[in-house]
Design a protein around this ligand. Structure first.
Ligand code: KG4
Ligand code: ZN
Length: 369
């Protein structure tokens, strides 16, 4: 019996994946859903100086870091010859054009030179499936994964550039139900944090201060699109409302530590409430849903992950939350999405197919490519 299990695992495809869509240079090696190597080279320190991500600065860092991250991932996974992998995977989009290009060119050349199959991956599908990653021993958030038990499902994707509710009949078949009509939730975390004077990256600092805050009746912020019947989000009005209120209260002399904590608390609460509001509406409108998959960097905020978890479970649904390290950008999630594309045969095999692979900075999760 035991040897049988081993045989099945050995047959699972070995895939090396790369993500350079934004400011992390990341390379992973997966066998099936099991992560054998996960290398993430962050550029946070580099971008601090500019107060944000400068695409060309990020590109140079990707060019420098990618060969090193690749070598390290091979070493960690114990791969001596790249020809031993079954496929190479790379993010096609969405992301920053000049940055996506670095990963795509690198993987394309590798695939053509070594005659290895190539898989193009949508970064948002990666976030959607990121909770399915297992460690090398097969342990993880969702160990026994069963399509019938989990689908149809929602993906709730909350990142620096996206805030989306996605309907999935099954893995690989997606339809966006709601999205942000202006700024994304992560983007306003960062902008609000900058307004508060937190420097870069400001989003995680907002979460830290908010933990120490409490409700303060002087700080009332509007829940965006609270009454609208659709599943969309909007955060630019919240940003402006927060800015005005902050200025008023600062002019009135409020600026101590407690005030800062309370302001962050109020801001986080409104973001969480707006997401819960739309998610609950969507769950009620689609009663056939069996699970919700969370993805994206903003789920590092504990209040968001815990509140969404409580809401989803109160409807008797499964809640699939990625491990903390797989919430922000990483190549493991690209490897997971590639694993399912490999199973479906969505692979580029000829030199011609491989060489025409190009970045699509605005690629949507429900577009053909
Ligand atoms: O998913 P991600 O790594 O990148 C995109 O694909 O956009 O998400 C990055 C976003 C940033 O806006 C960042 O501020 C936010 O995730 N983020 C957080 C936290 N950690 C990262 N937001 C709130 N609380 C955190 N702890
Ligand atoms: Zn991302």
């Amino acid at each position: 019996m035991k040897s049988n299990v081993t045989t099945i695992q050995q047959k699972e495809p070995l895939i090396l994946s790369v993500d350079t869509s934004c400011d992390e240079t990341s390379v992973a090696v997966l066998q099936g859903r099991r992560v054998l190597a996960n290398v993430v080279s962050s550029q946070t320190e580099l971008h601090k100086k500019w107060g944000g991500i400068v695409p060309h600065v990020a590109r140079r860092a990707h060019e420098e870091n990618l060969p090193k991250a690749y070598a390290e991932a091979l070493k960690k996974a114990g791969i001596e010859d790249i020809k031993g992998v079954d496929a190479l995977a790379v993010t096609k989009g969405p992301g920053l054009a000049v940055d996506l290009e670095v990963g795509i060119d690198f993987i394309k050349n590798l695939a053509i030179k070594n005659e290895i199959d190539l898989i193009e991956v949508n970064h948002m599908e990666g976030h959607f499936l990121s909770s399915l990653a297992l460690n090398s021993e097969g342990k993880g958030q969702v160990e026994d994964f069963n399509d019938d038990e989990m689908f149809p499902a929602f993906g709730l994707l909350v990142s620096g550039k996206h805030t989306e509710i996605v309907y999935a009949d099954k893995i690989g078949s997606y339809r966006k139900l709601g999205w942000t009509v202006d700024d994304a939730a992560g983007e306003v975390f960062d902008k609000f944090g900058r307004m508060m004077g937190f420097g870069y990256p400001a989003g995680p600092v907002v979460s830290e201060f908010a933990k120490k805050g409490s409700p303060n009746e002087l700080i009332q912020l509007p829940i965006p699109l609270e009454k609208s019947k659709d599943f969309n989000f909007s955060y630019s009005g919240l940003k402006t409302a927060a800015l005005y209120r902050l200025q008023e209260l600062r002019d009135a002399g409020m600026n101590d530590r407690e005030f800062v904590n309370d302001f962050c608390y109020a801001f986080v609460q409104v973001i969480v409430d707006s997401i819960l509001n739309k998610l609950e509406k969507a769950i009620q409108e689609y009663p056939e849903i069996k699970s919700v998959f969370a993805g994206g960097g903003v789920f590092k905020n504990e209040k968001l992950s815990k509140s969404v978890s409580a809401l989803v479970r109160s409807y008797g649904l499964h809640f699939n939350l990625p491990e903390t390290k797989y919430r922000t950008d990483n190549a493991v999630m690209i490897g997971i999405a590639a694993h399912y594309k490999f199973q479906r045969g969505e692979i580029l095999t000829t030199d011609e197919e491989k060489s025409t692979l190009d970045r699509n900075p605005r690629l949507a999760i429900d577009s053909a490519g």
